[in-house]
Design a protein around this ligand. Structure first.
Ligand SMILES: *Cc1c(COP(=O)(O)O)cnc(C)c1O
Length: 426
């Protein structure tokens, strides 16, 4: 906070396409998609029009005991594109709440098991390096020490296994990873409610990438050991990895799936937790059975946010977004190669239109990631570090020449900063 007070903060005043403009009129390429949410660019005419139209009709109305048209239409559209087997949508307004809902549904599902056989299934199997949000329940599922360690006494316990996802010093091996996972299933089968994971990539840990086949194996084991699979698609949903949802890449259908970030195209806070009909049906019963899900946030299913999300899904079709993303993914892969020649960059990782450059030989106090990002900002590029990782996460709508420019600026910025800095001696 002390450093933050001394920093020169960029105050954003307006935006257009892939660029933000500050109060001084300086222009920045949005290399973090305004924290992983902007898909089609800022102030997109089609999205703006859709929001204006919705604004003429209905601003807000509660989803508690009522419904509204955009919320219904969006639920139907989400189920059309979601992995097969998902049949119901529960709205909220952030990734954290979507995950709180996921874990409460999973817990309650087993607690109200009709023949009482599975009521002991109350624990969650999680991975180190996981990030599922900043509220206490989602922090409990998480495993990023820097964010989570302090709060440990406040959290509920999970069964955590070491992450098999790739990062510096951790070259994963699929068969070993799957064996480790199965060991945990075998040992804890009776008490496990769900396995929780970020499909394909652990984002906030520093963009750790999963060994190919791990997600499919996790699905197989969940089915075999009668444990629910909760997939957190908050970061990777909506085209980020080249398919609409990351789960598709390993043909996986989770039992519960959380989406947020890109859901409204980066316009308004909106999230959803999708479940199978089987899970939903477990919550039905006579009024006095109280099998209902007592959970609701005030702005749940906000019509403006839902209208933005509907328009965003339209744009995927109108602008052939996924085709463009796949081109950008190849360009990014090509462009990342040259970072391998900088000796300080020890690990280059990519999953779809997400990448990280890891510079691990620096101490926390060197603020190496921060300094590189500051250097990039001076050149008009906004990116953010995750500790010693420089994260590249541009809007899906980034143009090839903008992507080349982004990588060139990062290359220069890294060279300038690591050329000046000496790695800390402790
Ligand atoms: C960002 C994120 C969350 C939390 O979303 P918020 O909207 O910030 O609460 C949860 N899970 C993953 C994988 C995320 O990247």
């Amino acid at each position: 906070m002390q450093d933050w007070e001394k920093d020169e903060i960029v105050i954003v005043d307006r935006a257009r396409g892939n660029y933000l403009y500050d109060v001084q009129g300086r222009k920045y390429l949005d290399g973090v998609s305004s924290l992983w949410v902007t898909l089609h660019g800022h102030c997109h005419p089609y999205l703006n029009r859709a929001l204006r139209r919705q604004l003429q009709k209905l601003d807000h109305s509660t989803l508690l005991g009522l419904s509204n048209t955009p919320a219904i239409e969006l639920a139907a559209r989400l189920l059309e594109i979601a992995p097969r087997g998902l049949g119901k949508v529960f709205y909220s307004d952030s990734g954290s709440t979507a995950m709180e809902i996921a874990l409460k549904i999973a817990y309650q599902y087993w607690r109200q098991d009709k023949n009482k056989k599975y009521r002991a299934k109350q624990k969650f199997l999680t991975l180190s390096g996981a990030y599922h949000g900043d509220t206490i329940g989602s922090v409990s599922l998480g495993g990023v020490a820097m964010f989570h360690a302090l709060y440990k006494p406040l959290l509920f316990k999970t069964i955590q296994i070491p992450t098999p996802y790739r990062h510096y010093g951790n070259e994963p091996d699929l068969s070993a990873a799957v064996a480790e996972l199965e060991k945990a299933f075998k040992k804890h089968q009776q008490e496990l409610a769900a396995l929780v994971l970020e499909p394909l990539v652990q984002g906030a840990a520093g963009i750790y990438t999963a060994p190919a086949g791990y997600l499919a194996a996790a699905r197989r084991l969940c089915t075999k050991y009668n444990v629910l699979l909760i997939c957190d698609e908050v970061a990777v949903g909506f085209g980020r990895t080249g398919t609409m949802f990351a789960c598709e890449q390993e043909k996986v259908s989770p039992d519960i799936m959380a989406v947020a970030k890109g859901l409204s195209g980066g316009y308004l806070p909106l999230a959803a937790t999708l479940t199978t009909d089987k899970i939903y049906d477990n919550f039905k019963g006579q009024y006095e059975s109280q099998r209902t899900f007592y959970h609701g946030h005030t702005y749940t299913g906000n019509p403006l946010a839902c209208a933005a999300a509907l328009a965003s899904l339209d744009l995927f079709r109108r602008e052939k977004t996924l085709d463009k993303v796949r081109q950008n993914i190849s360009l990014l892969a090509e462009g990342l190669r040259r970072f391998e020649t900088i000796p300080q960059v020890k690990s280059v990782r990519q999953c779809g239109l997400i990448a990280a450059l890891e510079l691990p030989d620096y101490a926390y106090r060197d603020k190496i990631g921060y300094r590189i990002c500051l250097q990039a900002r001076r050149r008009g590029l906004l990116v953010r570090p995750l500790e010693n990782n420089i994260v590249i996460l541009p809007p899906l709508s980034i143009q090839p020449r903008e992507l080349s420019w982004l990588l060139a600026v990062l290359y220069q910025s890294i060279q300038e900063v690591v050329g000046l800095a000496t790695p800390s001696d402790q």
